[in-house]
Design a protein around this ligand. Structure first.
Ligand SMILES: *Cc1c(COP(=O)(O)O)cnc(C)c1O
Length: 311
């Protein structure tokens, strides 16, 4: 696995007009299945699970979760039993049918992950001690990975995304779900840099969550580009992703990195970034999420994300 990734220059005439440059840090190339920031977040947690001599990893996620996908593969690779608590009890009613229509869960199952489907109201209890102790009664002892994989060790892993050669950028930009990745970037950024997070969901608590993880104040959340909410898309986003992959030969996912780049492009055009800004955007991976969104788009008769970007 790659520990430090390449930065690909993204060349567009509109950047030249606005006097800025953009590079994309290719964390998507770290590993084909333990993609991007999910590798960073798992690294120290798996080492800790080994130190604690745990045999089982238990975690939580939605039906298309990149974290579930990565944990299932990493668990198999490093010899852990894995249990995925999945939001949506109805998905468990006909497991075979669910797996047929959901490549994320089918992949996780194929790695040996035990999938356990729970109601949305039970899912909300996932951080309570009483629910966790019920899970221990059911599954035996385990190492708990929170939803999205974010905890202190995950943030420590994300502090390794930036390397010393990244000190020449002025802005570091990243998509934000739970804020764990952004927290790691903030902690490891250089004094002259500003870290910009682009939340992919509409929420009001992220700022406080991130503040708990860092004492540094050189960061901001840009809430203008979540496009309706988590995993919501619109035709502009889909055509942006298709145009981007055609020109730059780099795929973006519609949930995280597509919204990030869409947001950065818009902010460049509207003049947010001062002249001569050097911008580094983090490609956090997550490309396995394309299939799930494409099948929803297809059902609605809308354009889908083309994954064969050479043609
Ligand atoms: C999970 C994920 C994120 C969000 O990471 P957080 O640490 O939860 O903010 C961003 N990009 C991709 C591709 C992801 O899979």
């Amino acid at each position: 696995m790659l520990e430090s990734t390449i930065n690909t220059p993204i060349i567009e005439s509109v950047f030249k007009e606005h006097g800025v440059s953009l590079h994309l840090k290719r964390e998507d190339l770290i590993h084909p299945y333990i993609s991007g920031n999910k590798f960073r977040k798992l690294k120290y947690n798996l080492l800790e699970a080994q130190t604690q001599k745990k045999k089982t990893l238990l975690t939580f996620g939605g039906a298309y979760s990149n974290h579930i996908h990565a944990t299932a593969f990493a668990g198999k690779k490093y010899g852990f039993r894995t249990i995925g608590i999945i939001r949506g009890e109805e998905l468990g009613n006909n497991l075979e049918k669910t797996l047929e229509g959901n490549t994320t869960l089918a992949f996780a199952r194929a790695q040996g992950m035990e999938l356990y489907f729970v109601t949305r109201s039970n899912y909300k209890l996932k951080e309570t001690a009483s629910y966790i102790s019920q899970l221990k009664d059911k599954f035996g002892d385990f190492y708990l990975l929170p939803e999205g994989g974010t905890n202190a060790l995950a943030i420590k892993g994300c502090e390794e995304v930036l390397s010393t050669s990244d000190s020449n950028y002025d802005y570091i930009c990243c998509a934000v779900g739970t804020g764990g990745t952004l927290s790691g970037l903030i902690n490891s950024s250089y004094l002259h840099q500003k870290v910009l997070g682009f939340p992919v969901l509409k929420e009001g608590y992220l700022h406080q969550e991130i503040e708990k993880n860092t004492s540094n104040t050189r960061w901001e959340l840009n809430r203008k580009h979540y496009l309706g909410g988590y995993a919501k898309t619109n035709p502009d986003l889909i055509s942006f992703i298709n145009r981007f992959s055609k020109i730059h030969q780099i795929l973006l996912d519609p949930i995280y990195t597509g919204k990030l780049l869409f947001g950065i492009f818009n902010e460049i055009v509207t003049g947010y970034f001062p002249k001569n800004s050097r911008i580094l955007a983090i490609h956090t991976g997550g490309l396995q999420g394309i299939t799930g969104v494409n099948s929803k788009l297809q059902k609605q008769g809308l354009d889908i994300i083309k994954t064969n970007y050479e043609s």
